[in-house]
Design a binder for this molecule. Structure first.
Ligand SMILES: Cc1cc2nc3c(=O)[nH]c(=O)nc-3n(C[C@H](O)[C@H](O)[C@H](O)COP(=O)(O)OP(=O)(O)OC[C@H]3O[C@@H](n4cnc5c(N)ncnc54)[C@H](O)[C@@H]3O)c2cc1C
Length: 384
């Protein structure tokens, strides 16, 4: 049995930094020599800067993980927007009708359902923790060769690690582009995350602490060019319409970004000496805001498996060890990927019968029962 093992984490995004922090704090951390390498420069944080474009809805389960790492307090002190309610509805019904899905934190005895946080702030808080741990952190370092007992590929959807190890993916284009920007709503958002499904794709509206909303509008590719070409005034009017005026008139109040949407799932997550986590393993539709949360659960499970292997005197890069991680996560991520793809298709269907079934289904769902509580647990990320 070796005394110490080299672990190379490729990618210092949210998932790479999380797995590094967890490993550096595990029971057997003194037997791991951990390096994190990222091709990009170290992200800077300017406290006076505006809310950045890349925000994620961080579920309660991920909050608990950041608390355990010791990174959450800094996120809270910097900038995090809690959301207490969620409302989801189809374009054929009113947002306040019984045909709309509704969840409230109070119903589940939690103070909030989750938080909207900028990805860069999470990275920053994790880096502050890692700076105090025994981790060799290297930015501006593009990894091209691998020399470690365990390589963890956390290098995002177009993972170089995945490709280098010859792991294929199942993938397809959703035929949609996600447009993101911030808007000033006429009416207060009341800390509610909103999502309206339209036949051209879902519009997610996330409440920010400063009163604005951050939107993710996943629009069919044939409309995307028109939307992207619109000036701020026109775009505000389009979004007011697409949101069915639920918050009154919407005014563009931030820059814009656009992301072509593609589903991707690695055919395998592990090989001897290799594990893929986060977007390197799976990329899903942003409609339920689950992408980063799934990656965080990968990180937590992989770190747990490695720690348990060291406890048992096993090599952490052995395939049977890493298969424990893959077995725990691949099926679960596949379920979420298919559910999001299915939901997106179901809501994009124009048939009157399907529309009726959708609205009826939402009403039934609102009545309660095990399906509702299961769905809420998944949304909160606190167990299944
Ligand atoms: C529009 C949109 C909205 C979203 N909203 C949400 C949401 O509300 N909630 C949610 O949970 N998720 C959301 N997601 C998904 C979420 O953003 C991603 O799942 C998450 O950022 C993935 O994190 P990651 O660390 O796995 O990968 P990434 O953030 O992609 O990080 C990968 C890192 O690897 C580095 N890298 C790449 N190649 C190399 C190399 N060869 N060598 C070294 N370093 C390398 C990169 O520089 C980068 O820092 C959204 C996604 C989109 C597109």
């Amino acid at each position: 049995m070796k005394e110490t093992y080299d672990v190379l984490v490729v990618g210092a995004g949210v998932t790479g930094l999380t797995v590094a922090a967890l490993l550096a704090r595990c029971r057997h951390a003194n037997r791991l020599r951990i390096t994190v390498a990222d091709a990009a420069p170290r992200p800077e944080h300017d406290p006076g800067a505006d809310v950045s474009l890349r925000v994620s809805a961080i579920a309660q389960g991920s909050v608990q993980l950041f608390e355990a790492i010791g990174a959450w307090q800094q996120v809270l002190e910097t900038r995090a927007s809690p959301y207490e309610s969620m409302r989801v509805w189809d374009e054929s019904v009113e947002p306040d009708s019984r045909g709309a899905l509704q969840f409230d934190a109070a119903e589940f005895a939690v103070p909030q359902l989750g938080f909207i946080v900028e990805n860069a702030l999470i990275q920053h808080a994790l880096l502050a923790v890692i700076d105090r741990l025994d981790v060799d952190l290297r930015f501006n370092t593009r990894i091209e060769t691998f020399d470690a007992d365990l390589v963890i590929g956390a290098d995002g959807a177009r993972s170089f690690v995945r490709e280098s190890f010859g792991i294929g993916t199942r993938e397809f284009a959703y035929g949609q582009t996600a447009l993101v920007t911030h808007l000033e709503p006429e009416r207060p958002h009341r800390k509610t995350a909103l999502q309206r499904f339209t036949r051209h794709g879902p519009l997610g509206m996330l409440p920010l602490a400063d009163g604005r909303i951050s939107i993710v509008w996943s629009i069919d590719d044939d409309l995307a060019a028109e939307v992207q070409a619109a000036d701020d005034e026109k775009l505000g009017a389009m979004l007011t319409e697409a949101s069915d005026h639920v918050l009154g008139a919407l005014e563009v109040a931030g820059p814009r970004g656009a992301f072509p949407l593609r589903a991707r799932h690695a055919k395998q997550y592990v090989m001897p000496g290799l594990a893929l986590i986060g977007d390197a393993a799976h990329a899903i539709h942003p409609l339920a805001g689950q992408g980063a949360n799934l990656g965080l659960q990968d990180a937590a499970r992989l770190a747990g498996v490695v720690d348990a292997a060291l406890e048992q005197g096993e090599h952490p890069g052995d395939r049977p060890v890493l298969r424990r991680y893959e077995r725990a996560r691949r099926g679960e991520n596949a379920t979420m990927l298919h559910a999001m793809t299915g939901l997106n298709r179901l809501f994009a269907t124009d048939s009157a019968l399907v529309r009726e079934l959708r609205v009826h289904g939402m009403r039934l769902f609102n009545l309660g029962g095990p399906i509702r509580s299961h769905a809420v647990k998944v949304a909160l990320g606190v167990g299944r």
